[in-house]
Write a protein that binds this ligand. Sequence first.
Ligand code: GTP
Ligand code: MG
Length: 318
Amino acid sequence: MSATGEELGGRLRDGDLSVAPAVLNLVESRAPAHREEIAALLHGVSPAALGGEAPAHVVGVTGPPGSGKSSLLSHLVTAWRARGRSTAVLAVDPSSKRSGGALLGDRARIVVDPRDEQVFIRSMAAGGRLGGLAPATRAAAHALAAAFDVVVIETVGVGQSETEVAEVVDTVAVVVQPGGGDALQFLKSGIMEIPDVLVVTKADLGPVALRSRRELSAALRSLGVKETKVLAVSSLSPAAGFDELVEALDEHRARLDVPARRLAARRASALADFVAEHGERGLRAIGGRRAALKLLEAQDAALDVPALQLALEAQAAA
Ligand SMILES: Nc1nc2c(ncn2[C@@H]2O[C@H](COP(=O)(O)OP(=O)(O)OP(=O)(O)O)[C@@H](O)[C@H]2O)c(=O)[nH]1
Ligand SMILES: [Mg+2]
């Protein structure tokens, strides 16, 4: 490892996008010696160090396997770049897990201009379960948000499994394909949290896509949800719907209380990282999840995730 965590944090604060690969290598390292370096990196991009929240729009793109997330992201990244926004995508790859394997045969890659230095795309290993985020993914998103205009986390999941990504991003876009009844059922039954934006992909399939869009809109209305836009996009050429999608994501960001959401995200990340490391037994040592959250809420709002995790560890050891 050439650059230290502190150096990487400083370069991210300066807006140097070229350090993204080194940042990813560091956060993905499991070497015990790197734990302090990761903490130094995240400390360097904390609100305390930045003088406020990281400027990026952190977006979660989540949906069932094969629903068209990666194809959609190829176009969405292009649309953001056309608006001059630098973009990092962290694609959480569940392929090592049985649950994600069904459609691997015809899975698409995110395709962008390889010469564009303001785009960074990286596949990352999934956390423990479908839709789960590894600590490395949360750390990468927190760090890159200091330098990139947009940071995306792509995860596979439907139903409850996307909550983890919802906890760490500003805006959640749930992506479903036409005729995919699961999302509709999960939405109606309250199993699925209300997404910030709902996207029906494969609009080129015609009537079936329009019907899905209508059904999802009706389901949201019957739940009394007014803010969530339901959009249809096609990633086949001619691509369609992406300007509207950029707008819908921007609108959500505009009405968001970013500091509150980010603070909640750091607390959720610290708790998840703590549990990833110390398990439910660690949680019991604090007195359970609720006690842990209470402890986190008592900490300084400008603290970074590793510092919050240390507070939990101190309490567990007390
Ligand atoms: N007709 C049509 N097919 C699409 C569209 N978008 C994606 N597909 C196809 O759907 C399949 C899955 O697309 P991906 O973009 O890989 O979907 P994904 O959600 O990223 O899949 P996983 O990462 O495996 O969960 C591929 O065969 C795509 O070619 C679309 O707009 N129209
Ligand atoms: Mg994909």
